[in-house]
Design a protein around this ligand. Structure first.
Ligand code: HMG
Ligand code: MG
Length: 308
């Protein structure tokens, strides 16, 4: 099968990336990050979460961040929502899209959102109804689709089960998420197939944490199936506070490098993303987890120094 000619990237760095940071990051930095990502041409940016601040303190300033970002028409600004309280926050903040998140493993569901899978779906029912009534787009995420930190293996059938329930709720787009990065290409394709039983290929995306270094291979395996939407995180920021040891999402820089090499268009300015990755990593006081980003930054550093 021919690879897609165009790929849709959802930049999740401000949300999935920063939610796991121990040091509290000032809202001004979060706002600057989103504004720079907007300028780089991302069509969709996951800005923050409206979750309990007791559970994820780093996201407690979601309303402030949403209120201060400079929005560009045509770009979708998304927020995570676990319940009606979160939805009210999302609505007040004028989010374009909400992301409801369930798990393919019962154990992770309990740890992450303190309820069973079935209970989480019931919680999302009024959320989805309200989102539809207010004209907000609804995306869903299926965590632990390729393995669970508490339960171990997760069968594709469990992914299919949650995808079916999400479809029944009216969730328009589904993300198959490898929360702990243990998935490999064949397993990824099997999980995608299970979701594809309920969603069209254009309504599915991949969300790969890169803990075991498999994310790019998994993305390539998805491209071979025709999947053309991926969540990525600038500088490879990220992780879930309730999945210990899980590192960040696949770095946006590495994915853009791969796609550019394959001649696949994203509409995103690669050089700007490399600069953003270096900038935010500097603020966090560490090297970016982006192989292509670091390589390109190192190559351009002497030229920049000579020009100065
Ligand atoms: P709970 O403790 O069972 O809920 O948590 P509760 O209803 O008893 O509420 C507890 C307190 O939180 C109350 O405050 C509520 O008002 C408040 P108190 O009365 O004690 O002062 N509260 C809220 N505050 C603000 N916004 C809200 C909200 N809801 C309740 N929306 C709950 C249940 C779902 C709220 C909690 O477990 C939670 O917030 N979990 C979120 C965990 C999270 O954000 N995880 C990371 C995101 S998911 C992820 O990263 C995976 C993903 O990237 C895909 C992948 O990689 O797998 C998407
Ligand atoms: Mg994630």
């Amino acid at each position: 099968m021919a690879l897609p000619g165009k790929v849709h990237i959802v930049e999740v760095g401000p949300r999935d990336g920063l939610q796991n940071e121990k040091q509290m990051i000032p809202a001004a930095v979060k706002v600057e990050l989103v504004d720079r990502l907007t300028a780089a041409g991302f069509p969709n940016i996951e800005v923050t979460s409206f979750v309990s601040p007791k559970w994820v303190p780093q996201m407690a300033d979601g309303a402030e961040v949403m209120g201060r970002i400079a929005r560009k028409p045509g770009i979708t600004y998304s927020v995570l929502v676990p319940n009606m309280k979160g939805f009210e926050g999302a609505l007040a903040a004028k989010a374009d899209e909400i992301v409801v998140f369930a798990a393919a493993s019962e154990a992770f569901s309990r740890k992450n959102i303190n309820c069973s899978i079935a209970e989480s779906i019931e919680r999302f029912r009024p959320v989805c109804e309200a989102a539809r009534a207010h004209g907000l787009r609804i995306r869903g995420a299926i965590s632990t689709a390729l393995g669970c930190p508490y339960q171990g293996e997760v069968e594709p059938a469990a992914v299919g089960y949650v995808a079916r329930l999400m479809k029944e709720l009216g969730v328009q787009h589904i993300g198959v998420a490898d929360t702990i990065g243990t998935g490999t290409p064949r397993a990824t394709q099997a999980a995608m197939e299970a979701a594809l039983a309920h969603y069209a290929i254009g309504d599915i995306s991949g969300h790969f944490h890169d803990t075991y270094g498999q994310a790019l291979a998994n993305i390539y395996a998805c491209l071979q199936m025709g999947v053309a939407s991926f969540d990525t995180s600038v500088a490879g920021l990220g992780g879930c506070p309730y999945a210990k040891g899980a590192t960040g999402n696949v770095a946006t820089e590495d994915v853009l490098y791969l796609l550019r090499g394959l001649g696949i268009d994203t509409g995103i300015d690669f050089e700007q993303v490399v600069a953003i990755g270096q900038w935010i990593s500097g603020i966090l006081g560490r090297k970016a987890f982006a192989r292509a980003g670091n390589a390109l930054a190192a190559r351009s550093a002497p030229a920049a120094a000579a020009a100065a």
